[in-house]
Design a protein around this ligand. Sequence first.
Ligand SMILES: Cc1ncc(COP(=O)(O)O)c(C=O)c1O
Length: 361
Amino acid sequence: MNKKIKLFDPFIDKSEEKSIIKVLQSKFWASGGGTNNVYKFENEFLKYIDSKSCVAVNSGTAALNLALSMYDIKNKEVIIPSLSFISTANAVIENGGIPKFVDIDEKTLCMDPEKILKLITKKTKVILPVHFGGLSSNLKSILKISKEHKISVVEDAAHSAGASHLNKKIGNHGELVCFSFHPVKNLAMPTGGLISINTKNHKKIAKILKEKRWCGISNRKGDDYDIKNIGWNYYMNEFSAAIGIEQLKKLDKTNLQRKKNAKKYFEQISLEEKMPFDKECSYHFYWIRVKNRTKFRKKLLEKGIQTGIHYKPIHKFSFYKSKIKLPITEKIGREIVTLPTHPNIQKKDLEKIIKMVNKFS
Ligand SMILES: Cc1ncc(COP(=O)(O)O)c(C=O)c1O
């Protein structure tokens, strides 16, 4: 039986183990008090990405829901790519908005700025790019469009912990930037997310988001408290934050290994249609395109290589089913296969993946 090469596999060592034991013993497991890891994680991540404010939450989905709740998008349009995890679109619906799916650039698989322009109407409130696989969307053009048309930019940076764009860390560009720390992500926690805030009134936004992440509770003074905004139970827990602090210390090292793996794929996979190499990318995964996908993935799995499909385009799900035609997204949706980039892959396993991809594609 072949040893399985996993598609995703968090990189951990003794440091995570030690830190969660401290939380366990503190008995302050929710958020705050005891080890105060959530507060520490927010500050460490803030320093790392060099943004203005950070608010930690319990998932990337929660980050997107909360971020969009800061804009009045009821019956307004939010431009999003369809090639993403469903949370990107669900968050728009959750906030009463209308998702407007935009086609992607065939080279990067991120939203195509020229196509954004065609979708802008009086109802457009937010552009929500997804940095696909950790490769940044064309933020320069997107931010230019947003400025000219007075539309906000909220980024889905679920794949981008540690990625950069134009020499600035992702988390630094759009108004609100949403990260995911799901266990498969570059910075892994049992569950977690974060919103980075870059607006002039970042302190005020952070205060409201911090209230909203815990049921809207505000103005806690003595025996009294108030609720000014509706909120949810979206706070990050102390165990997740404890793991996150350790993961953050390793992030540059683990991302460097992901980059080395991606570079080998880029140089040695003989397919034309594959993820570009970009040293600013965090390579959450590496994508290739194959015509015979089902057979190809089956062959690789027989050799012990786990692959993924990221993603079924959102506009193809029953809930979202629309008549919209997104030719590039639909083609990619049929052909995309994702390969592991995580730092636990052994050199010989990477060589095996490349050999098998070249053999069966
Ligand atoms: C692009 C994208 N957006 C949002 C999310 C949601 O993050 P989470 O699973 O932490 O809720 C994910 C997670 O898979 C994702 O890949």
